[in-house]
Design a protein around this ligand. Structure first.
Ligand code: F6R
Length: 604
């Protein structure tokens, strides 16, 4: 997830910018850079990888008088993590940093190239600085040029721009991506995309609203609203607690990450969807030549997302797909044939068992692919090909947004393969791509739903266990719901395919057995419903999650009416995550660091 910082003042701006970027490290990034304007001279540095690389590059650079500077940590979306793609981006005499996405960048870029502008990067961001310099040629002032530029951008952004002709000014604009400005008694101005870089530097901060733009100088903070009318800043006192600032006001990282899912799924989709085609620039389609089977291998939550993929790949792409738990696969002398594409799934890219299976597949000469959240991790380095999930750093030990982005990638990949193999009609692929675009909205946590679950959670703190049940892709979701609950509540929970109840588990049914039933309207509703009725008849306490009211349930958590079962999947996923969270909170557990668990399992 990208991060922005900016500074105007007399202190050592290099130190302040690098310090600010360090505070944003927890969000994840794969390159970083700064640009400083001092004495009419720009200095700019960029480095891929961790901030130490940028620190090393700037070690002889000194700022000891008034300067303005901007900095950025980049999480690659448009274009690979290279120095050329790292921000700040340079025009002739100006630099820009940007978070978000400029949706009409391709159009603007085409026009600029036709007018003779040379682009150095593959990013959408670079158009901002060239468009600004184009406008500057005819504008009355740099601010007018900036204002015109902002009016020409479509999409979501937070951006800072500095230009040589205005040595004491930083221009800013915010539309859809967060940004704030801070002030202090020393007449300094600080910008950042979240609170943490400003803590300890600023007394008061103004959070920009969508549509705000303007400029700062040593003596002025000028903010204009979306209609161009000047407005007064609304200052708030800044918290002094860094950890709570990193949580963006949420009680736990897990809660923040649940709420973040809408944004990170949007990031996962960026640049990968056309009207009737899924694009994975990172994949060479020849990877699938000669492939008759896909074998998925993973652990824990990643295994659950992969299990979802087995349904989607066979249904959409008509490719034979199987799945294994990595810790089992590695010791069972599996048969590996070269017509199998071996796919490992891992949030961290470091899980020992999964990594070992990847090594086994490589040794057997299979083609390999990794679906991963961490660039440059061991699995990413080892596999033949990689799709990054773009969930940003996940801090809560119980995985939430990583799972959500993995399922999103698998859904996209099933359509990508369906296109490649002509396994689905174009119209069906287009219909599902339109649905994919709705996922960010369907995972938004609604206040009413969260409140309802908060209240309901007090009824689920005891009992002798939980069954989470679902059919088809709702079976892996049931497994994931049960895993989430046991990880952070320490209550016993199992996930089952709904149809399995009568083959044994139903013997446990009594009022102290809590059944969390997933009842999607658009997939096997009647079948799943009769399985729940069987449990209800044996007096199990039922909590049904559905868009259709269910009178045999003791409790009912409604989801929004959806057009398709995959959207119901995402809606229910959020309900299950919030339910586990609230039960854990009521039990007084450490939600972010549950007992006995580690975030990255690098031992067998
Ligand atoms: C559960 C959880 C774990 C991980 C598992 C694999 O919330 O996070 O089950 O999914 O340890 O980790 P990765 O995905 O990093 O390989």
């Amino acid at each position: 997830m990208c991060g922005i910082v900016g500074y105007l003042g007399e202190k050592n701006s290099k130190e302040i910018l690098l310090g600010g970027l360090k505070e944003l490290e927890y969000r994840g990034y794969d390159s970083a850079g700064i640009a400083v304007l001092q004495d009419g001279q720009f200095d700019s540095f960029k480095a891929i990888g961790k901030l130490v690389n940028l620190e090393e590059k700037t070690k002889d650079f000194v700022t000891d008088k008034f300067s303005i500077g901007i900095g950025h940590t980049r999480w690659a979306t448009h274009g690979k993590p290279t120095e050329l793609n790292a921000h700040p981006h340079l025009g002739s005499e100006s630099y820009v940093v940007h978070n978000g996405i400029i949706e009409n960048y391709a159009e603007l870029k085409k026009e600029l190239i036709a007018e003779g502008v040379t682009f150095l990067s593959q990013t959408d961001t670079e158009v901002i600085v060239h468009q600004f310099e184009k406008n500057l040629k005819t504008a009355n002032s740099a601010f007018d040029a900036f204002k015109t530029t902002i009016s020409q951008l479509e999409g979501a952004y937070a951006t800072l721009l500095v230009t040589k002709g205005e040595e004491e000014t930083i221009f800013f604009a915010k539309h859809g991506s967060p940004m704030l400005v801070g002030i202090n008694a020393e007449n300094e101005k600080y910008f950042a995309s979240s609170d943490t870089p400003l803590i300890g530097h600023c007394s008061d901060v103004n959070y920009f609203e969508d549509g705000d733009f303007g400029y700062v100088t040593p003596d002025e903070l000028a903010i204009f609203d979306v209609t161009g009318v000047k407005k007064e800043p609304v200052f708030q006192k800044l918290s002094t607690n860094k950890l709570s600032a990193q949580k963006d006001g949420f009680r736990f990282f897990m809660e923040k990450e649940i709420y973040e899912q809408s944004t990170v799924i949007a990031d996962t989709l960026i640049g990968r969807l056309c009207d009737a085609e899924v694009l994975f620039d990172e994949l060479d389609p020849t990877l699938f030549d000669g492939i008759n089977e896909i074998k998925l291998c993973a652990c824990g939550t990643s295994y659950h997302s992969a299990l979802t993929a087995t349904y989607l790949f066979e249904r959409h792409a008509k490719v034979k797909t199987s799945i294994e738990v990595a810790s089992e696969f590695r010791y069972r002398d599996p048969i590996m044939t070269k017509d199998t594409l071996f796919v490992v799934i891992s949030q961290s890219g470091e899980t020992a068992d999964t990594l070992e299976t990847l090594k086994m597949a490589k040794a057997a000469g299979l083609k390999t692919l990794v679906i991963c959240n961490v660039d440059n991790s061991s699995m990413v380095r080892l596999a033949d090909a990689c799709i990054l999930t773009r969930a940003g750093v996940e801090k809560g030990v119980a995985s939430t947004k990583a799972f959500a982005t993995q399922v999103t990638v698998f859904w996209m990949m099933s359509l990508y393969l369906a296109g490649l193999k002509k396994a689905l009609p174009q119209e069906e692929i287009a219909r599902q791509i339109a649905l994919l675009r709705e996922v960010p909205a369907s995972v938004k946590v609604e206040d009413e739903m969260h409140e309802k679950i908060k209240r309901l959670s007090k009824r689920y703190l005891h009992g002798h266990g939980f069954f989470f049940i679902g059919r088809d892709v709702f079976y892996p979701l049931a497994l994931e719901g049960a895993l989430k609950l046991k990880e952070i509540s320490y209550l016993h929970a199992e996930g089952y395919p709904s149809g399995e109840m009568k083959h044994g588990p139903i013997a446990l049914a009594d009022p102290e057995l809590f059944t969390i039933a997933l009842l999607p309207q658009h997939l096997l509703y009647e079948k799943a419903k009769s399985n729940v009725e069987e449990l209800s008849a044996r007096d199990s306490t039922i909590c049904a999650i559905s868009s259709i009211a269910f009178d045999k349930a003791d409790d009912f958590i409604p989801i929004n009416e959806c057009k398709d079962y995959m959207l119901e999947f995402f809606e229910m996923m959020v309900v299950l995550q919030v339910l586990s969270l609230e039960i854990s909170v009521r039990l007084g557990n450490d939600v972010d660091m549950p007992r006995n668990l580690a975030k990255s399992v690098t031992v067998e």
